[in-house]
Design a protein around this ligand. Structure first.
Ligand SMILES: Nc1ncnc2c1ncn2[C@@H]1O[C@H](COP(=O)(O)OP(=O)(O)O)[C@@H](O)[C@H]1O
Ligand SMILES: [Mg+2]
Length: 305
């Protein structure tokens, strides 16, 4: 296959690993920044053209058609990245993940609604409209309360308000700055740990438990969280797979948290990092992803694998 990875940072471990494995399996892979693309719709063929500018001074070049696309762009590029992904889909490429599923996962509130609708347990959460008073919104939640911006990642945008009054003042400040945030009950019994499940297709291929640093409630690697290998129970595996399906993703990093009410899904990441989880679990996740892309491509072509 002629594969394209959409990513702003080709030197990242995840990108390097995916490229290495794709090439080992006889594919070619280009890595391009979706923000350097120009999408064109025309009445005359080609109806879906994509031009690429390698640098600010370079003349744009028409991109070839790719058979498969891997979206690996960050939150700052979600809109353009998904628009580029849709253009390639219109040209007939298979994608791991598709643009609609990717967009669903990038909106934390929408994801929670879809998970709850699919019967996947999530922490009690709330979203207040801009005319709803912050004080009354916080009063509907338990204290301490977590506040999360809708598109944050790597622990950024996740805040813990120990007291209701702090939650109100944070919410009011965010509102003033035009930043929408959801409210969530703080699961203190998780003791600053969460479980990351890496799902590819219909299976959890790798997992790890992450523990927040001393005094840090966020277990994210980027916030200094430490990881250890963990073997998932069948229940943990089935929740992770159900959550991935609820959002329509092919590849997902599902974060689980242990609570008094049982396991809860915190979020479903559509472009999960490979470095920490490959190194912790010893699993070749890049290989699992490229093989899933091959299966999807063969299925789309109606050819046997
Ligand atoms: N409701 C909660 N209760 C307890 N800890 C939480 C809660 N929500 C998030 N956390 C902690 O904060 C981390 C980051 O939250 P998450 O929703 O996964 O956002 P991000 O997209 O930034 O990773 C989680 O991994 C978890 O350790
Ligand atoms: Mg997370």
């Amino acid at each position: 296959m002629n594969i394209l990875m959409l990513c702003r940072e080709p030197r990242l471990y995840s990108c390097q690993r995916l490229k290495e494995v794709a090439e080992q399996r006889g594919h070619t892979m280009d890595i391009l920044d979706p923000n350097r693309c120009l999408l064109k719709l025309s009445a005359n063929a080609p109806h879906f053209a994509i031009y690429y500018q390698d640098s600010a001074q370079a003349s744009p070049r028409l991109l070839p058609q790719y058979e498969a696309v891997l979206p690996r762009f960050g939150i700052a590029s979600t809109q353009m990245g998904c628009a580029v992904l849709r253009h390639f889909t219109a040209q007939g490429a298979v994608c791991l993940n598709e643009d609609q599923a990717f967009l669903r996962a990038r909106d934390k509130w929408q994801s929670l609604q879809l998970l709850q609708q699919a019967g996947v347990a999530v922490p009690s959460s709330g979203l207040a409209g801009c005319e709803f008073s912050a004080k009354q919104a916080v009063a509907q939640m338990d204290s301490p309360t977590i506040l999360k911006t809708l598109t944050g990642s790597q622990g950024i945008g996740v805040m813990l308000a120990e007291k209701a009054q702090s939650a109100v003042s944070i919410l009011e400040t965010l509102k003033e700055a035009n930043v929408v945030a959801l409210l969530q009950d703080f699961v203190s019994e998780a003791e600053n740990a969460d479980i990351r499940c890496f799902v590819v297709g219909e299976a959890v291929v790798a997992s790890m438990q992450r523990q927040g640093q001393q005094g840090e409630f966020r277990a994210n690697f980027h916030r200094g969280g430490l990881a250890e290998k963990i073997t998932l129970t069948p229940l943990q595996q089935s929740i992770a797979i159900q959550a991935t399906k609820a959002l329509g993703l092919d590849v997902a990093g599902v974060d689980l948290i242990r609570s008094e009410q049982g396991l809860l899904v915190l979020e479903v990441n559509a472009s999960p990092g490979l470095e920490l989880i490959e190194k912790t679990s010893g699993v070749d996740i890049a290989l699992a992803m490229i093989m899933q892309l091959e299966r999807k491509y063969h299925h789309a072509m109606k050819k046997p694998c």
